[in-house]
Design a protein around this ligand. Structure first.
Ligand SMILES: [Zn+2]
Length: 465
């Protein structure tokens, strides 16, 4: 029987990553992420037909982001008993992300059910609960980078640093197939080169088949250095004016990068130290996890460690874990910077800070992450003059800055650099984790450079090797 890989997500889309790999001896799943976009995402966040958790032999996870781990608790709920292989940092971050996912679902369903009860509709249920999450976390076993793990009798996997978030990996999978060994590479999400803290993505050299992400296959990001300079200028001006800066952030990755950049400014003396608040329980926890794995940061960081002040400055932010702490920030006088979720301003504590400050022309809002269409963050980026929050209309007078260079994904040229050594042995290339725009452009470039025509499967398609 050929090796079969069925795509259960991230096919022509950037969320819901999931691959079922079947050989004549084993069945394993690579990632099992939540769909986070589209009006029908609720209907898609189920156990797909053709996937029986009780029949799986192993699960391998590339990194902790919800769009790669968010459906794992469904396995626990439906008879899977383990194991789930991931790096130590991924295990820890997944704990944070999945517990939050169960909590957010419960809150959302409670709210919807109140409305449904009033109109006589039956109540909705969450797709999983905290017990499922704890069960799935109990199945996770930590693996090390660059060391083979035997996941079944005929499959072994090696994890390579993908440079995307802490613990992220690209996978090299070796499969014993008759007398031959076949190699399949799963890129996971590939990080950009030369960003602070994160190591550059590690390269692999040979494969028969490569599954590769194509999120930014059609463009390059603005150079990071330009973005850093712009950020520094905004901070310097706001501090001089004694003003507030609001930074909507994603808890994992972006918060830690921004803390690092601020610490660097303090140490270089380009900006005088001023109060920084991390107003998100999840970001506070994620920062603790990052701090306990600094041996995995890049060489530049290792060098800076010797310069104690940066490390000290990175720790000098004030956590505001409780809602009361958070509310007290409204009364804060003088310059300060508040980081809070959600990253797209679609919920969370950042909403309260925006409500208090959007109407003030002196306040600054700095957007440093991707904003999907329809989110409040996107409206601010697009220059909305008025926005609706908590049932009231607020006129936007604050200064909105959009900084585009902080992506955790490689741009087009970074993706091509990652592929370069692999392409030499002319593997089959399958482009996933990208919308048509990204993956069509990358496919054309790969064809032009290497004479390989990448495949662009859709949801439910099967690749045979
Ligand atoms: Zn990711």
């Amino acid at each position: 029987m050929p090796i079969r890989i069925t795509l259960f997500g991230a096919a022509g889309d950037v969320t819901g990553s999931a691959y079922l790999l079947e050989t004549s001896h084993s069945r394993i799943l690579v990632d099992f992420g939540l769909f986070q976009r589209g009006h029908d995402k609720e209907e898609r966040n189920i156990l797909p037909e053709g996937l029986d958790p009780a029949n799986l032999d192993a699960v391998v996870v590339t990194h902790a982001h919800l769009d790669h781990t968010g459906r794992l608790p469904l396995l626990a709920r439906n008879g899977y008993e383990g194991p789930i292989h991931a790096t130590q940092a991924t295990v820890e971050l997944a704990g944070l992300i999945l517990r939050d996912s169960a909590f957010v679902q419960e809150q959302d369903v409670k709210r919807s059910n109140k409305k449904r009860a009033r109109s006589g509709k039956p109540p909705l249920e969450t797709i999983y609960n905290v017990t499922d999450v704890e069960d799935v976390l109990g199945m996770m076993t930590a693996v090390e980078y660059k060391r083979f793990v035997e996941v079944t009798s005929d499959i072994r996997v090696k994890f390579f640093d993908a440079g995307h978030i802490l613990g992220s990996a690209s996978l090299q999978m070796q499969i014993q197939d008759g007398g031959r060994t076949k190699t399949i590479v799963f890129s996971g999400d590939i990080g950009p080169n030369d960003v602070p803290i994160m190591r550059n993505p590690e390269l692999q050299e040979s494969a028969d088949l490569v599954f590769m992400e194509s999120t930014y296959g059609d463009r390059n990001h603005r150079p990071l250095q330009d973005t850093e300079i712009e950020f520094e200028e905004i901070v310097r001006n706001a501090v001089k004016a004694g003003e507030k800066i609001l930074l909507p952030v994603f808890a994992v990755g972006r918060t830690q990068l921004m803390l690092y950049l601020l610490a660097e400014m303090f140490c270089d003396g380009t900006v005088k130290e001023f109060p920084i608040y991390v107003d998100s329980p999840m970001a506070i926890e994620a920062t603790k996890i990052y701090s306990s794995h600094i041996n995995q940061f890049d060489a530049e960081f290792q060098q800076l460690r010797r310069c104690r002040p940066v490390l000290e400055a990175m720790k000098s932010f004030t956590p505001t874990p409780t809602a009361q702490d958070s509310m007290a920030l409204n009364e804060q006088q003088g310059p300060c910077l508040i980081m809070a979720g959600s990253g797209m301003c679609s919920g969370g504590r950042i909403l309260h800070h925006l409500r208090h400050n959007l109407g003030r022309p002196q306040a600054h809002v700095v957007i440093v992450g991707f904003q999907s269409y329809g989110s409040l963050g996107r409206m601010l980026v697009d220059g909305a003059e008025k926005v609706k929050m908590f049932g009231e209309e607020i006129t936007v007078r604050a200064q909105i800055h959009t900084l585009g260079g902080f992506s955790a994904h490689a741009g087009q040229s970074g993706l091509m650099e990652w592929l370069e050594p692999l392409a030499q042995c002319k593997p089959r290339i399958v482009l996933t984790h990208g919308e048509d725009r990204g993956r069509n452009a990358l496919a054309a470039l790969v064809q032009q450079h290497y004479g390989i025509t990448p495949e662009k499967p859709l949801m439910g398609d099967v690749i045979e090797l």
